[in-house]
Design a protein around this ligand. Structure first.
Ligand SMILES: Nc1ncnc2c1ncn2[C@@H]1O[C@H](COP(=O)(O)OP(=O)(O)OP(=O)(O)O)[C@@H](O)[C@H]1O
Ligand SMILES: [Mg+2]
Length: 356
């Protein structure tokens, strides 16, 4: 389970838009995603077409009492296909005061504990944070292994970001684990010189920390939020859908740290294999790691390199020795680029993959 907090104390920079639409694109790609709406404004909840006033229980019930964490599973509602939502409500704004008397570590580890009660249900947890660095954001950072900081390219203030990165750095020390922080340029309008310059500045400042994907300004993103749907469902051909799909591929490919709430899961490796073919239309991978079910639990990327198409398959595997085959337009084949093969139980040949 990868837990990713979407954080920036600055309002209106695209946290909620990123949470909802990244979730939509990851889910469209087959992943099961939990969205945790940690903002009392409940914008993520609303962006899934759910009225926070109509919900009986929200994250307040989970976070307000030590025993509340056990209720996480009950509080999660189905927001869209493959997307669960832990909804918010205005009452969350009272949490800070309510927990004021408690010990700092008990107050800030609630969300991590709640997520730990949901071990295998979701591959990704995306946490939408409020525009401040208070108790709720602290809870998110403690639960997360990764952080995405959306940065507006139209009104970029470097001072605020540096402060935020310092805070995250400080927190990493305090929470006892490092956070993998990445910057996402948002609200980009390439027609303005200011935005182009700002993007260049962000890239040179943050370099590898910056995603390659840039989220362009796209009015369909606003409309999708009003309609209560992620953009991939609402307007799959819009620039907003294209950009958030690109982001979801980048996020999936980056592997990330594997944190499962309070516990870490056994370490897995990201393994990438590629298949190149000029004629194939559909290429999947199956092996003993996914019960020989083609593409189960596998992320795919398809690119064209001129004459041929290249299928990139990204697997998350613990160390071990695995057998696999490609399924090319329905026909099972060994990997033409892998000399390591064994004869399998049914008399054919399987390729062998060793993960150290
Ligand atoms: N790429 C985009 N193109 C067009 N509009 C966008 C884009 N990203 C966000 N918006 C719009 O900008 C406004 C602010 O975005 P969003 O709510 O995602 O920011 P936020 O960081 O979550 O804000 P807050 O700090 O208040 O929670 C929203 O109306 C949203 O629909
Ligand atoms: Mg928001």
């Amino acid at each position: 389970m990868r837990v990713i907090a979407i954080v920036n104390q600055k309002g209106g920079c695209g946290k909620t838009t990123t949470t909802v639409n990244l979730a939509g694109c990851l889910a469209a790609d087959g992943a099961r995603v939990l969205v945790v709406d940690l903002d009392p404004q409940a914008h993520s909840t609303i962006a899934f077409g759910i009225d926070p006033e109509e919900i009986d229980e929200n994250l307040y019930e989970v976070l307000a009492e030590p025993g509340g964490t056990e209720r996480m599973e009950q509080v999660v509602v189905e927001a869209a296909e493959k997307i669960g939502l832990a909804p918010s409500g205005i009452v969350l704004s009272a949490l800070e005061q309510r927990l004021a008397a408690e010990r700092a570590d008990s107050r800030t580890e609630r969300l991590a504990a709640a997520l730990a009660t949901l071990p295998d249900r979701f591959e990704y947890v995306l946490i939408d944070c409020p525009p401040n660095v208070g108790l709720l954001t602290f809870n998110a950072l403690r639960a997360a292994g990764e952080v995405i900081v959306p940065l507006e390219t139209s009104r970029f203030a470097i001072h605020g970001v540096q402060k935020l990165l310092e805070t995250i750095g400080l927190l990493s020390e305090r929470v006892g684990h490092e956070l993998d922080v990445r910057i996402l340029p948002t609200l980009y309008d390439g027609r303005t010189r200011f935005a182009r310059q700002t993007l260049a500045e962000i890239r040179s400042l943050f370099q590898d920390l910056c995603f390659d994907t840039v989220i362009r300004n796209n009015v369909k993103l606003r409309e999708a939020a009003q309609r209560g749907e992620p953009i991939v469902n609402f307007a799959p051909r819009a620039n907003g859908a294209i950009d958030y799909s690109a982001l979801s591929v980048e996020v999936a490919a980056s592997g990330g740290r594997l944190f499962s709430g309070a516990d870490t899961v056994p370490s897995q490796r990201e393994v990438v294999v590629q298949f190149r073919d000029g004629r194939a239309a559909d290429v999947r991978i199956a092996g003993d790691f996914n019960g020989w079910v083609p593409d189960k639990g596998v992320r795919s990327l398809i690119e064209s390199d001129g004459e041929a198409r290249v299928w990139t398959k990204i697997l998350q595997l613990p160390p071990g020795i695995y057998q696999y085959r490609y399924v090319v337009d329905g026909e099972w084949r060994e990997d033409p680029d892998n000399p390591e093969v064994v004869t399998n139980d049914v008399g054919g040949r399987s390729s062998v993959l060793t993960v150290t």
